[in-house]
Design a protein around this ligand. Sequence first.
Ligand SMILES: Nc1ncnc2c1ncn2[C@@H]1O[C@H](COP(=O)(O)OP(=O)(O)OP(=O)(O)O)[C@@H](O)[C@H]1O
Ligand SMILES: [Mg+2]
Length: 278
Amino acid sequence: MHFEPGHTVGIDLGTTFSAIAILDDEGKPRVIPNEDGDIETASVILLADSGHVIVGPNRMRAAMEDPQNVIERIKRYMGMPDYRRTFDGREISPEFISALILKKLRQDAEKQIGKIGNAVVTVPYYFNDARRKATQDAGRIAGLNVIDIMNEPTAATLTYAYREGVLGNPEARVDQPKKVLVYDLGGGTFDVTVVEYTPTQFRVLATDGDVQLGGVDGNDRLLDYVADAFKQRHGIDPRESPQMIQILRNDCDLAKIELSEKTETVIHCRYEGRAIDV
Ligand SMILES: Nc1ncnc2c1ncn2[C@@H]1O[C@H](COP(=O)(O)OP(=O)(O)OP(=O)(O)O)[C@@H](O)[C@H]1O
Ligand SMILES: [Mg+2]
């Protein structure tokens, strides 16, 4: 393993949100906010005219954009050779698109901490070799020397062990290895992993999950529910319009999140001069 000059960071390249962190002078992990002050950047890309791109736009901006110019959920396509998308007359790969997200994270962070040379990037435990390699390539395209690809449940366990004061602490009195269950229902992937750890060693004992199941799928089910209700009432389907799908998907996501705190919520759907509240 070789290190390039500059800081070394850890990056969580998520299906819906991504984040970048560094160890501070005391060795404590710290998430570096993006230029808007948010600790997470939406893993969304807007392809504008003349080769210009916007990474991590806010919800409103993304929902109003022409759906043809919006790229979301690219993590689902990592390592898949059949993915086809063109931009500015050129074919672009999932690695290239993910690299745009990584570059945005890097550039925003560099404005605060100075040059970043190296990165550890996390991936789902059951990402196969092709998907891991694609993630590594994305880092390289983004100008990062990827020193390691780490499994997300391992990263979560590291954080947990760190918070418990056990990680790398020879004083920690750990007679027996400890076991933790990591439950990660993300935007695009779902996995449950049992990890055994001591201050210096981590071992995955068991893992299972679904690489095609996450919060976005819940949003799509809600969207279908609302669109079906609309169709039944008005005889036309809002899913005929890609723009409507995009707007409704966003509204369904917000409604779902609201239901964590409330027992009821309303989704408004307006299309072709007609409307319903569900
Ligand atoms: N309060 C909430 N209730 C239900 N779902 C929520 C809530 N807050 C966020 N979510 C959902 O969590 C998902 C985002 O989670 P997270 O940031 O962990 O995913 P990710 O890291 O981008 O994805 P992945 O790890 O699968 O690649 C989104 O689908 C979002 O709708
Ligand atoms: Mg995640």
